[in-house]
Design a protein. Structure first.
Lengths: 103, 288
């Protein structure tokens, strides 16, 4: 998963391929558990969805721009626009079905 | 990372009876729960249907439970469990302090939390949160309300107050912690969380307090939020006769599985779950 920052974020979400962004922080225990699940899905959806992550400690402006008040939060973008978001940790199947229903 | 045979979530009669049985079976397990073991037990003045102990008080039974644990050297961990996540052939467990791994889980979390506050569900993740230690850093220099159902909640309010500009603390039950200077105690009960796209205020019976966020710290998280993917019906975890849930290796016992909410039913289910866990572990071991 691509580590995103203020400079690279906009280009990433505006790409041709839908982009899923994981907002996380190193001190967030549930984020640590969720991360490998998203890594796994990024392999499964290779070529269909680009996966990236934003460390909200390093990028507080991105977090506030997207109104992140709970982490983990994942947002799916298409052509730069958020199409759906999931707050908290969900089962692998639920994340997969939510993403694919928007493709 | 050390992988435990089992992690028990909950310290009421179901969780404790499961712990006693896993200990007898020599399993390597962790027990997570509350300092008072069970608030329902602590507040029961008199119990008449606990076989062998007619008329016993909840506090006396609680004292005996503690002695029983101590006599078997079973430590109780008071970290709050925020997430139990199935990883395939094991489970990851996140508390407010650490992450753990276990081959099996016994959920003994008691009854589901009280009714949701109006606005809670709609604004979840938009200023409403359930884990102060997880999300407090997102409220640096902001104003936050913490509604606390347990004594530990006051500790969490103190943690939030280290980062936030101002904290309002609304205790639902009595607490014994000393609050930091930038925490204002509000005794009027919360009624509604207000805000269009983000939390804007918390309304109590007597006033409306403008806040950027509201943490609701109940004694137990709803099973569906605690364990993503678990099957729940009418707020209760669905189990079979072995206390097995729909997630292989994840068992549940006690009030979280349904009615009647009775001490002996809970203890019996805790025992059944522990024995089912040992069989499950033996089967896994023989498959390898």
């Amino acid at each position: 998963m691509l580590e995103l920052n203020q400079e690279t974020f906009q280009d990433f979400i505006k790409g041709e391929t839908p982009a899923l962004v994981d907002f996380w922080a190193p001190w967030c225990m549930p984020c640590r558990i969720f991360a490998p699940v998203l890594e796994d899905l990024s392999d499964e959806l290779d070529g269909k969805v680009e996966f990236g992550k934003v460390n909200i400690d390093d990028n507080p402006d991105l977090a506030s721009q997207y109104g992140i008040t709970t982490i983990p939060t994942i947002i799916l973008f298409q052509q730069g626009k958020p199409v759906t978001q999931m707050i908290g940790v969900h089962s692998r199947e639920k994340v997969l079905s939510t993403i694919t229903s928007h493709l | 990372m050390n992988r435990y045979d089992c992690i028990i979530v909950g310290s009421g009669p179901a969780g404790l009876e499961a712990a006693v049985n896993l200990s007898i079976r020599g399993k390597n397990f962790l027990l997570f729960g509350n300092e008072n073991l069970s608030i329902k037990l602590e507040t029961a003045p008199r119990i008449d249907n606990y076989l062998g102990f007619p008329g016993i008080s909840g506090r006396e039974l609680q004292r005996r439970y503690r002695e029983h644990l101590a006599s078997m050297n079973i430590p109780l961990r008071t970290e709050q469990v925020n997430l139990v996540y199935p990883m395939g052939d094991y489970f990851s467990v996140a508390t407010n302090k650490n992450t753990y791994q276990a081959s099996t889980i016994i959920l003994a979390t008691g009854t589901s939390p009280a009714k949701l506050l109006p606005g809670e569900e709609r604004l979840l993740g938009r200023g409403v949160g359930y884990c102060a230690t997880c999300d407090a850093p997102l409220y640096r220099n902001k104003t936050v309300a913490v509604v606390g159902w347990s004594n530990e909640a006051a500790l969490e309010a103190n943690f939030v107050a280290e980062l936030a500009k101002k904290v309002y603390y609304l205790p639902v039950r009595k607490f014994s912690q000393t609050l930091r200077d930038n925490i204002q105690l509000i005794t009027s009960p919360p009624v509604e969380i207000l805000g269009e796209h983000q939390v804007e205020a918390l309304r109590t019976k007597t006033e409306t307090i403008p806040v950027d966020g509201v943490f609701l710290l109940r004694d137990s998280i709803a099973p569906s939020a605690l364990v993503p993917g678990i099957q729940v019906e009418n707020g209760y975890i669905v189990v079979d006769a072995d206390m097995q849930t729909n997630l292989p290796g994840c068992f549940a016992a006690g009030d979280c599985t349904g009615k009647p909410h009775q001490l002996m039913r809970a203890a019996g289910q805790g025992q059944t779950a522990a024995l089912a866990v040992t069989r499950y572990l033996d089967r896994k071991a023989s498959e390898q």
